[in-house]
Write a protein that binds this ligand. Structure first.
Ligand code: ZN
Length: 253
């Protein structure tokens, strides 16, 4: 299975998820993996959960998946907390149980590791914003490649010997301008790659974001996918969720 789609942080945005899966199929990916936060923030937790489960793909747990189940035990800002409480009320006991059983990390086909936030302490939900933050996760990474999400910002960190680097504009410039970016994986390096967010991007580009790992060509393709952002935003308001959650979809911050 040479081409695997890596999706993360769907956050109950069904419009974005459908558009991304359409793109995944057009790109002839053999399979999909999901890095968590299927629910939280947006209007379609039940539908997105159903969709992800129908794919039968590997999924790891995100902090919003954990909070939907744990009732106040995951640290969150008031906005995220309000959405988490609304989300919990929408889901059935069986759906909550499915979320509760998700693992925190997983190795897929002895090929790559998947985790929502960081390998250092997956249950602590640390945010990895820069190379310094990433260095602690690398000490717990036992495969050359690990994919993560959580910050909703696409990033490529790599470790060449003792040095951890952030690919920076080499990734962000083509992704913003052309809606895609290709990263060739160097032999002997370790990579810790954030695939961005399907359902609530925060890098100033409101289009959905995900990545494709091509194990034969040894590269990762990042892709931006346009979707009906206005409809997703209106659905947030119609559900009675906080206005700010509807607004941020329009600007991608
Ligand atoms: Zn998230």
């Amino acid at each position: 299975m040479p081409r695997t789609a890596i999706i993360s942080d769907i956050h109950a945005n069904l419009h974005a998820l459908c558009a991304v899966i359409e793109d995944v199929q057009a790109c002839q990916c053999a399979d999909v993996v999901c890095l968590g936060d299927v629910v939280g923030y947006n209007a379609y937790p039940h539908e997105c959960l159903d969709y992800i489960r129908s794919l039968g793909c590997p999924v790891v747990k995100g902090n919003h998946d954990a909070e939907a189940v744990s009732d106040g035990r995951v640290a969150m800002n008031p906005l995220a907390r309000a959405a988490a409480e609304w989300t919990r009320a929408q889901l059935s006991a069986e759906e909550l149980q499915w979320l509760a059983r998700l693992p925190y990390q997983r190795i897929v086909r002895s090929s790559f590791t998947m985790v929502h936030a960081s390998l250092e302490q997956p249950m602590a939900w640390n945010y990895i914003f820069n190379a310094n933050d990433a260095s602690s996760s690398f000490t717990r990474q036992f495969s050359p490649l690990c994919f993560h999400g959580h910050t909703h910002v696409p990033k490529v960190f790599y470790r060449d010997g003792a040095h951890v680097q952030d690919m920076g504009a080499e990734l962000s410039a083509p992704l913003a301008q052309e809606g895609m970016a290709e990263v060739a994986l160097q032999e002997g390096y370790k990579y810790f790659i954030n695939v961005g967010s399907v359902g609530q991007p925060r890098d100033g580009d409101p289009r959905a974001c995900y990545a494709i790992y091509d194990s034969d060509a040894r590269c990762v393709h990042f892709r931006r996918v346009p979707y009906d952002i206005a409809a997703a935003s209106e659905a947030v308001l119609a559900a009675g969720l906080p206005d700010r959650l509807a607004q941020r979809l329009l600007t991608g911050v």
